[in-house]
Design a protein around this ligand. Structure first.
Ligand code: PLP
Length: 387
């Protein structure tokens, strides 16, 4: 970067920044086929600009925006089956999961053992590091969901929290959360559901299966993570931690006395936080409404099905599990995953590498023609390797 000493004009600045960021990939290219984020809703720019000076960390200065945030949390809580929900917008699933663990620690009055599936997101490892928690990672069934019998053996009266995943990071798998809830009943153990990805998919599926139940209709669920900046169509950074009720939400509260807006309390890890991203994401939810989410989810599932059929018809590839939502774990039958990943990267495709498979996510920005191109490329890579 150029030196900081001499100030630059807007044009010079733009030139410097454009030059340095020119290698960024773009969702519009159709080559990002492994990310859980997407192009935000079309009116996002307006709301970002309009609310860019709002600091939700100082609600006394912005009482209207603070009220809007709470109303939106209640709206999402209702989608998840709780009339009494409370919570907050955060930077994403990571912050939401860390907060859930902090809340569970307070709820359990200082216990430290967390029982969670091996598929749980790395944010729980961050929480463990921060709070010195003991993670007991439970192996998965062949459907890649938490093994309920093994979870049962691990949960006891020393357990601080049980975590279930509704839409796992790698495969979109949904744990048997009803059964997991039943295991929490005896000791009234805190149960958290990480629906960072699945939270804006599962409520809008047209062919709902009882096994995909994930929300507050399971009586033991105390909190849910959900990210508007994933399938919510919102803008980065926006996640939510939704608690069943205000009493649970207030467990993570810290009093803040000195702000210009007056005394308040925070239930977030960060202090100053963007009103712009939160309000733009809320605006997206309002403009899309239930029917649009149903449409978005339907189209994403159709694209997933289309790609899955291509895989199952091919001699060269397989899917780790039959996709549950719009996430697919892809493997070559002949080529090591790492090599396939490197070659895809070399050809400009952005897919996620997991230990023994590649993650493909059929987000709204992925078009059928991108899938066709991608599949052709996959076949050509494997054919070339064989030669
Ligand atoms: N939880 C799940 C299930 C996820 O898949 C992810 C991210 O992919 C997260 C949490 C973390 O979300 P973020 O990257 O927004 O912090």
């Amino acid at each position: 970067m150029e030196n900081f000493k001499n100030k630059k004009s807007f044009r010079e600045t733009k030139k410097i920044i454009d030059r340095i960021t020119k290698n960024d990939l773009s969702f519009k290219s159709g080559k990002i086929i492994g990310s859980m984020c997407t192009i935000p809703f079309k009116t996002t720019n307006y709301f970002l600009k309009r609310y860019m000076t709002v600091n939700l960390g100082d609600p006394g200065l912005f009482p209207g925006s603070a009220q809007l945030e709470q109303e939106a949390i209640k709206m999402i809580g209702k989608i998840f089956g709780a009339e009494t929900a409370a919570g907050t917008f955060v930077t994403g699933g990571t912050e939401a999961n860390i907060l859930a663990m902090l809340t569970a620690k307070e709820y359990s009055k200082g216990l430290k053992k967390v029982v969670l599936p091996e598929s749980a997101h790395f944010s729980f490892d961050k929480a463990a590091k921060l709070m010195d928690l003991e993670l007991v990672k439970i192996p998965l069934t062949k459907e890649m969901t938490i093994d309920i019998d093994l979870a049962k053996a691990a949960i006891d009266d020393k357990t601080m929290a049980v975590v279930g995943v509704a839409g796992s990071t790698g495969l979109g798998a949904v744990d048997n959360l009803k059964a997991l809830g039943e295991l929490c009943r005896e000791n009234n153990t805190y149960m958290h559901v990480d629906a960072a990805f699945g939270g804006f998919v599962l409520p809008f599926l047209e062919n709902k299966d009882d096994r995909l139940k994930f929300d507050f209709s399971i009586p033991e669920v105390k909190s849910i993570t959900v990210d508007p900046h994933k399938m919510g169509g919102g803008v980065i950074p926006s996640g939510c931690i939704i608690y069943r009720d205000t009493q649970t939400a207030s467990l993570s509260e810290i009093e803040v006395t000195y702000l210009s807006g007056g005394k308040t309390s925070h239930r977030t890890i960060v202090g100053t936080r963007s009103g712009a991203a939160t309000i733009a994401s809320i605006a997206t939810m309002l403009q899309k409404g239930r029917l649009d989410y149903i449409k978005t989810v339907r189209e994403s599932i159709e694209k997933t099905q289309y790609f899955y059929e291509k895989i199952t018809r091919s001699d060269n590839f397989e899917s780790v599990i039959k996709p549950v939502i719009n996430v697919i774990g892809l493997k070559s039958k002949t080529m090591p995953t790492k090599e396939l990943h490197q070659e895809l990267n070399r050809r400009g495709w952005a897919v996620s590498y997991f230990n023994n498979y590649l993650r493909i996510v059929m987000m709204p920005h992925v078009r059928m023609r991108d899938i066709d191109k991608f599949f052709k490329e996959l076949e050509s890579i494997v054919a070339k390797e064989r030669r």
